[in-house]
Design a protein around this ligand. Structure first.
Ligand code: APR
Length: 316
């Protein structure tokens, strides 16, 4: 049986998600947006690429949220993106209200779905989504860590002049400017990045610049685009989660997951390495942190907790 995948939000990321899902033949797509005509137009345009791309999955555009009924997977990008000079946190109130309503719709129409949230500020939005959809926490995740890690991998591969495919790394914590890139757990073809630094293949000053650029990676693109925020890499990153779930790949990916004691934290979402398979989040992996990483993580956690508190106040 073909899987049903609903995309809520048919803007830059939503449209790119639809395109990637169809090309990868992962399921039939429903593209929902509040904007009249736009999801229908994108769906028609994408349908007309099927002859060339050779996919037989269907795509339907709609303004009717009940069309998400019985979806296997839902990916959410509904809401506003950042404008130049805005932080992700500036979107809290407006996107919080949108996500609450979508959470209630998911509860009504597809309580068995696996749901991926992309809307920012990510960690607070996925918290709102789980709270109002009442999905089991294993079936509700946020996409950010894959994107942040893939930005870091790209900058490292450029600096080291090494294939990006040889770089393994991940980012821990909230999807904000105080995310924690894990230098101690970064390897290049199995060799620790720390050894590259020790052997003077790359100076620590350059690594620090890469870490800063990773933290500010989204903002750099917002500034360049002038209108809207990054969408190709965010869409690819979310597809990796959906694919791991649909194909039961048991992939180890950094995602915003609900913590219940892991990393000493409870009842909150934050970016951590998780295994994604057909049961959703099948395991949360804990890694040992050094004193500096613990300190950085505490700062990131505080920001996320502040946002969650603020959004709860707005929505209650
Ligand atoms: N229900 C459904 N769709 C909505 C709603 C809603 N209540 N409110 C707004 N939208 C739609 C908009 O009409 C728009 O088409 O969400 C879409 C968002 O698309 P873009 O503005 O192109 O933004 P995009 O780049 O796709 O980013 C979406 O993901 O990465 C985050 O920060 C980003 O929060 C932003 C989200």
């Amino acid at each position: 049986m073909k899987k049903k995948i609903t995309l809520i939000g048919a803007g830059n990321i939503g449209g790119t998600l639809a395109h990637l899902l169809l090309i990868k033949k992962l399921g039939d797509i429903v593209l929902i947006d509040v904007m009249q005509g736009m999801p229908q137009g994108k769906a028609l345009d994408l349908s007309q690429s099927s002859a060339v791309e050779g996919f037989s999955n269907t795509i339907q555009g709609s303004n009717d949220f009940s069309k998400m009924k019985n979806s296997d997977v839902v990916i959410i990008t509904a809401g506003l993106p950042r404008k130049p000079g805005m932080s992700r946190d500036d979107l809290l109130e407006i996107n919080g209200k949108i996500i609450k309503k979508i959470g209630l719709d998911i509860k009504k129409y597809c309580p068995k779905a696996f749901v991926i949230c992309i809307t920012n500020p990510l960690d607070a939005m996925v918290y709102v989504l789980q709270k109002y959809s009442k999905l089991p926490s294993s079936k509700c995740v946020g996409m950010a860590g894959i994107l942040d890690s893939s930005r870091m991998k790209f900058f490292l591969s450029e600096a080291l002049k090494v294939s990006i495919n040889d770089i393994q790394t991940f980012v821990l914590g909230g999807h904000g400017d105080d995310m924690v890139p894990m230098v101690n757990h970064t390897t290049v073809g199995g060799i620790r990045l720390l050894d590259f630094i020790k052997n003077k293949k790359i100076p620590m000053s350059k690594i620090n610049k890469i870490l800063d650029r990773t933290r500010m990676g989204g903002g750099e693109i917002v500034k360049l685009l002038q209108r809207g925020s990054a969408f190709y890499a965010p869409a690819s990153s979310a597809i990796q989660i959906a694919e791991a779930y649909l194909l039961d790949q048991k992939k180890l990916l950094p995602c915003a997951a609900y913590l219940n004691g892991q990393y000493g934290l409870k009842k909150m979402y934050m970016g951590v390495p998780v295994i994604i398979g057909s049961n959703g989040v099948e395991e949360i992996i804990e890694v040992k942190l050094d004193a500096n990483e613990k300190k950085m993580l505490r700062t990131s956690v505080k920001s996320v907790q502040g946002l969650v508190k603020a959004v709860d106040k707005i929505l209650n």
